[in-house]
Design a protein around this ligand. Structure first.
Ligand SMILES: *Cc1c(COP(=O)(O)O)cnc(C)c1O
Length: 193
């Protein structure tokens, strides 16, 4: 948690190395000045770790959710279903795309009530965001099964449950897209990311 981070020599050295490697603020290009792009290394290693075809690092979990929604073509007047017990950023990212959030109920585990979610599908539903709250896996398998016949893409908001598994599979790798956060209050922090 903020103020109680476990930051050891390895992390401190990694940060100080960045300052020795040239310009710190280049994301792309300027290869003569800066040879190493650690974010690209991070994306590669994350893909391998999660056995995921693609990994794209952005500035925050909120930005990740927005990129995921945009990648699915979510825009004005579309509907995106997500759950009542949640973090505000999930709703904000939907609104930021010009779409309307549709809120479904939660179950006794405080995760998504899949039956209630499915009952809220309309012709305008463009995506469903299931949120794995506080390290507890939401009913992603049931959601996939029930949503199959509607062909609606599923985004896993896994900002609070990195490393957690369900049926031996990593959360965030089971939907069509998975979003993670490295904000200062999450399980693993980079400050933001
Ligand atoms: C923290 C969080 C986010 C947003 O992540 P940031 O990196 O803070 O933007 C989104 N969804 C959930 C469930 C979160 O807990």
């Amino acid at each position: 948690m903020p103020g109680f981070e476990l930051i050891g020599k390895e992390e401190a050295n990694a940060v100080s190395e960045v300052f020795k490697e040239g310009g710190t603020l280049f994301a792309h290009g300027f290869d003569n000045l800066r040879q190493k792009y650690h974010v690209r290394e991070f994306e590669k290693e994350t893909s391998v770790f999660f056995n995921s075809k693609h990994c794209h690092a952005v500035t925050s979990g909120t930005a990740g959710l927005k990129c995921a929604l945009k990648a699915l073509g979510v825009g004005n007047q579309d509907e995106v279903i997500t759950q009542a017990f949640n973090f505000i950023a999930t709703i904000e990212s939907i609104i930021d795309c010009g779409a309307n959030p549709v809120i479904c109920n939660i179950d006794e585990n405080l995760n998504m009530d899949v039956d209630d979610c499915i009952s809220r599908i309309t012709p305008k539903t463009k995506a469903i965001i299931i949120v794995h709250m506080l390290g507890i896996a939401g009913p992603i398998y049931k959601l996939k099964e029930y949503a199959k016949k509607y062909s609606i893409p599923i985004i896993e908001d896994n900002c609070e449950s990195i490393g957690a598994k369900s049926n031996s599979k990593y959360l965030g790798t089971l939907g069509d897209l998975g979003v993670f956060s490295f904000d200062h209050g999450k399980n693993i922090t980079c400050g933001e990311g």
